[in-house]
Design a protein around this ligand. Structure first.
Ligand SMILES: Cc1cc2nc3c(=O)[nH]c(=O)nc-3n(C[C@H](O)[C@H](O)[C@H](O)COP(=O)(O)OP(=O)(O)OC[C@H]3O[C@@H](n4cnc5c(N)ncnc54)[C@H](O)[C@@H]3O)c2cc1C
Length: 436
């Protein structure tokens, strides 16, 4: 249920195990272009290094395919991360794609739908069918794309049902209707504003594919030194630029204001503001809260049912984790299915595996968000110590390539945040800070 990024990745994984995989999607995503599709899809979407690795794992050769379609692959110094306005040491092993989400997803969709046992069905899922304590199918309303007014209520049997309906998924309500508990929902109010605009790309910044600027400990995580934002070199000889801000500092739609704000950002964004013409409108998005559904806290759950992507966790997009998280959950699903566990059983093994990556992503985003004065919890245990150590690691990462590499491995989801508590790393951080 849901044929966007998470649903497609799950379908790819399931195709290795199932006779037939049916993706039920309510929108005609193939028609998506500028101006259409869910609003978040029009915002800049960066794919972290781990997301890129996962994409190649499930779709070998997709990087070359995307490059052929105009995307750019950034490595080493072409990927530039700034903290408090200072450029961090480059990372030899980082790989990030410069592409719009529309391009990325259209190639993923093309590869998934080319699989002989995967089919796409236009329709809106409206509930689950049960057989005893397991889910045995989906109820949905199918829409004939040629004549959208003819909607037919239908049902479909399934050995395994996957919820990939995004953050507004109604899975919890459907479970409650049938006497099951909904997974507890945890929320963190972040009140983030996002604004994305495209610019024509010429010969400026030939060595930049991604540039990212964030406030850090030196500015108290406030946009005083420079504005938070990012740019990506994407297909169609365009730059995609995103600006972000919390509460009253949310960016608006005004083009002049957008450009003025870019001039208060780091050098690559200033350069694009000075030299490039804007292509189209500024598109804004208001992201109120991060949320996650804790399936692992439930005592009982039906068999034959799992959830992936934003329907499980949708975290502050400023850290660019969502697509990578969806890909890692697909890999967790694959690992679970390879154990041969019966599908009619509760998929605790999947939820446990997926919980590790979800909790890691939440830990990274929630710890950073709690540095904002308007974000008031929930606080994790030991937050003050985590905050203090995190600040020191972030400060040292601007100076020292080794610390930066360890820090960015966590940012790129290649390592669990626990890796930052290694004594050898903490000693290195202490050495760097004392030296300074
Ligand atoms: C402003 C913003 C910027 C972001 N930037 C980044 C970024 O830089 N990098 C990154 O990795 N992530 C980013 N994200 C997060 C990323 O967009 C999400 O994590 C990602 O979209 C999750 O994919 P999904 O498939 O789970 O959900 P969605 O993309 O929301 O898709 C859900 C799908 O389910 C379908 N659906 C819903 N209900 C039904 C139903 N009843 N029946 C059938 N179909 C249904 C919908 O039509 C939709 O296609 C950003 C998010 C936002 C809001």
């Amino acid at each position: 249920m849901g044929g966007s990024f998470a649903g497609l990745l799950a379908a790819r994984v399931l195709s290795d195990h199932a006779d037939e995989v049916v993706v039920v999607e309510q929108d005609d995503l193939a028609l998506e272009g500028n101006g259409s599709g869910a609003p978040h899809r029009q915002q800049l979407h960066a794919l972290l290094s781990m997301g890129h690795a996962q994409l190649e794992r499930w779709f070998p050769g997709i990087t070359e395919e995307l490059i052929g379609a105009g995307a750019r692959l950034g490595t080493g110094f072409q990927v530039q991360f700034y903290l408090d306005g200072v450029l961090k040491p480059p990372l030899a092993h980082s790989r990030m794609m410069g592409a719009t989400r529309t391009l990325l997803e259209s190639h993923v969709r093309g590869r998934v739908l080319a699989l002989p046992n995967v089919v796409l069905c236009r329709g809106r899922a409206g509930g689950l069918a049960f057989e005893g304590s397991r889910v045995c199918g989906v109820r949905f309303t199918s829409e004939d794309s040629l004549s959208p007014t003819t909607a037919v209520s239908d049902g479909m049997d399934a050995d395994l049902v996957v919820d990939a309906m995004g953050r507004s998924s109604r899975l919890g309500a459907w479970l409650e209707e049938r006497g099951w508990s909904a997974p507890p929902l945890e929320r963190m109010r972040v009140d983030l504003g996002y604004a994305t605009a495209a610019f024509h790309r010429g010969d400026e910044l030939p060595d930049t594919v991604i540039a990212h600027s964030a406030p850090g400990p030196a500015s108290g995580y406030q946009p005083t030194v420079c504005e938070p934002g990012a740019l990506a070199s994407v297909e169609g000889n365009r730059w995609t630029v995103v600006l972000a801000g919390y509460t009253d500092h949310r960016p608006g739609r005004d083009q002049d204001e957008f450009r003025a704000r870019m001039r208060r950002c780091v050098a690559p964004l200033r350069e694009v503001a000075e030299r490039c013409s804007m292509d189209g409108d500024v598109r804004t998005f208001h992201f109120r809260d991060s949320q996650r559904r804790n399936f692992a806290l439930l005592d009982r759950f039906p068999g034959g049912l799992v959830a992936v992507g934003d329907s499980v966790a949708s975290v502050n997009p400023i850290y660019g984790q969502g697509l990578t998280l969806a890909a890692l959950q697909a890999s967790a699903l694959s690992a679970y299915l390879r154990t041969g566990a019966p599908l009619r059983d509760v998929a605790w093994g999947y939820f446990r595996r997926a919980g590790v990556v979800v909790n890691a992503a939440w830990q990274v985003s929630a710890t950073a968000d709690l540095a904002q004065p308007h974000v008031t919890g929930p606080y994790p245990r030991g937050y003050r110590l985590i905050r203090w150590a995190g600040d020191k690691i972030a400060e040292a990462s601007v100076i020292d390539p080794l610390v930066n590499s360890a820090f960015m491995d966590v940012v790129h989801m290649q390592r669990h945040p626990r890796a930052l508590t290694r004594p050898s790393l903490l000693l290195e951080v202490a050495r760097v800070m004392l030296g300074r």
